[in-house]
Design a protein around this ligand. Structure first.
Ligand code: SF4
Length: 464
């Protein structure tokens, strides 16, 4: 039995791509492993959004060279943003021990490569049968027709990612995504709905719909359904408990979308909408297309329509030319808005982007680190205060897995909750009373397991 191992670096889109590749390999009867020495096929799914992620991928590729050279029957595939929409000859020359280069979201080059090899081997018959079966599935109009995702551990995950828009056409000046993932392309609605049905049939209970600007779903096809239409369709799928979507862009969050989140109970009150910076000049340099006040108004609108919402944001510190005063504006708006979560990054120029070509990376690393640390400390304080609001409250948790002897799950607002319970609760919605809170997680006890309140004994005073 042949085995595969996938390493994934980067965002949820990469995680979704990796599960898709895993599922394609499993259709060829290749099983997952987490041990390199057991693997016949290794896929490295890369991210180059930041220099540190790219360095990590290059380091990993170097460490895989001896593994690949040890056995000519092994296959090493490089996937994702490092490859981009077309692998460059420079990349092929730099890593000649890589067998297959796969652009983001594209499993086919690896499948083709393995098929070509298998044709020459005794496995050809098995593979032919499996491929035939696979095409039958694809033709059949059944929920399993387009199951693309399986857990890399071989069992269905409780929560899965489903890409709905590939690429991005926005071109923020610092961002490499449009160069590496191509222009915006929405997937057909029936294909997505069918895929979600397939996932639910496997046991998935929560899905997160993914796009670089997820609210632009359908914009690239005139007359096509939009994100609200898709949410309504997916909402009707029986057995699916929760729906999330990310990442939003402040310019595309319509009232219609907010109303849908407020009124469709399976859509979680959790919105990921990056601000990136709190200063208008920096935002203009980034070509984000909104001002800090626009963002303030958006947050007020979201909170008005969805009262229990958690708003998550992204921030870049140390963008070219960012002054202390401009950084302070970012700090101040986060203090003012008290967003429930902030993903923080230090700016690093990505080759080919507008900011790398036309702007000077003039904020010293030391200063970037200092600004990052200030925001980290602020975020920890705000996050701790937010979680404290849930102390002694009852929250609904979708249980995902076990971690260090406890069940781990998430609230509708995507807060992590741990609790002990001897029952098998994986994939179930459990009401949990919060007994402890910290900045990054909470702990509690299942409400139906709480010790019953025992009335205190009545005090009698004996009088003579
Ligand atoms: S919206 Fe901007 S930051 Fe987001 S993927 Fe597109 S170009 Fe990159």
């Amino acid at each position: 039995m042949r085995k595969y191992l996938i390493w994934t670096i980067g965002c949820q889109m990469n995680v979704a791509d990796s599960t898709h590749v895993g599922a394609e390999l499993e259709k060829l009867n290749i099983q997952p492993t987490d041990q390199l020495h057991e693997a016949d096929i290794v896929v490295l799914n890369t991210c180059v959004v930041r220099q540190s992620a790219e360095d990590k991928a290059v380091g990993k590729l170097g460490s895989l060279k001896p593994w690949r050279r040890q056995d000519p029957h092994r296959t090493l595939a490089l996937m994702g943003c490092m490859v981009g929409v077309k692998p460059s000859s420079k990349l092929r020359q730099a890593f000649p021990w890589v067998d297959v280069f796969m652009e983001p979201s594209e499993a086919q080059p690896l499948v083709d490569h393995l098929r070509n090899r298998m044709i020459e081997s005794e496995l050809a018959d098995i593979e032919r049968r499996q491929l035939a079966q696979r095409y039958q599935w694809q033709d059949a109009d059944t929920p399993t027709a387009s199951i693309k995702h399986l857990s890399l551990a071989g069992e269905p995950p409780v929560a899965a990612y489903v890409p709905i828009v590939y690429g991005c056409s926005h071109a923020c000046t610092y961002c490499i995504i449009p160069f590496r993932r191509g222009i915006e392309r929405s997937r057909p609605l029936p294909e997505i709905v069918n895929e979600v049905r397939g996932l639910v049939a496997q046991g998935v209970r929560e899905i997160t719909l993914l796009g670089q600007i997820v609210d632009r779903y359908g914009y690239d096809w005139e007359g096509h359904a939009n994100l609200v239409d898709l949410l309504h369709e997916v909402h009707g799928i029986e057995g699916l408990y929760r729906i999330r979507f990310l990442t939003s862009h402040p310019n595309y969050m319509t009232d219609e979308l907010l109303e849908a989140i407020a009124h469709l109970p399976k859509i979680m009150p959790h919105i990921e909408v990056p601000i990136q910076a709190g200063d208008d000049e920096v935002l203009a340099q980034m070509k984000r297309g909104y001002t800090a006040d626009d963002y303030r108004r958006l947050v007020a609108r979201i909170r008005q329509v969805i009262p229990d919402v958690a708003i998550h944001t992204d921030i870049i510190v140390g963008f070219p030319g960012e002054t202390e005063t401009q950084f302070q504006a970012t700090y101040d708006i986060l203090e003012e808005l008290r967003l429930e979560k902030a993903h923080l990054a230090r700016y690093s120029p990505r080759p080919g982007t507008v900011s790398a070509r036309r702007m000077i990376d003039d904020v010293p690393d030391e200063e970037k680190r200092r600004r990052h640390q200030l925001l980290e400390a602020q975020h920890e304080r705000i996050s701790a205060a937010y979680n404290l609001r849930w102390q002694d409250q009852c929250v609904e948790v979708l249980v995902e897995d076990r971690h260090k002897g406890k069940w781990r799950g998430r609230t509708p607002q995507n807060r992590l909750v741990f609790f002990e319970d001897a029952r098998d609760l994986r994939g179930q919605l459990v009401d949990v009373r919060i007994t402890w809170t910290g900045p990054w997680s909470m702990q509690g006890v299942a409400v139906d397991q709480e010790p019953a309140l025992v009335a205190p004994p009545l005090a009698f005073t004996l009088t003579s």
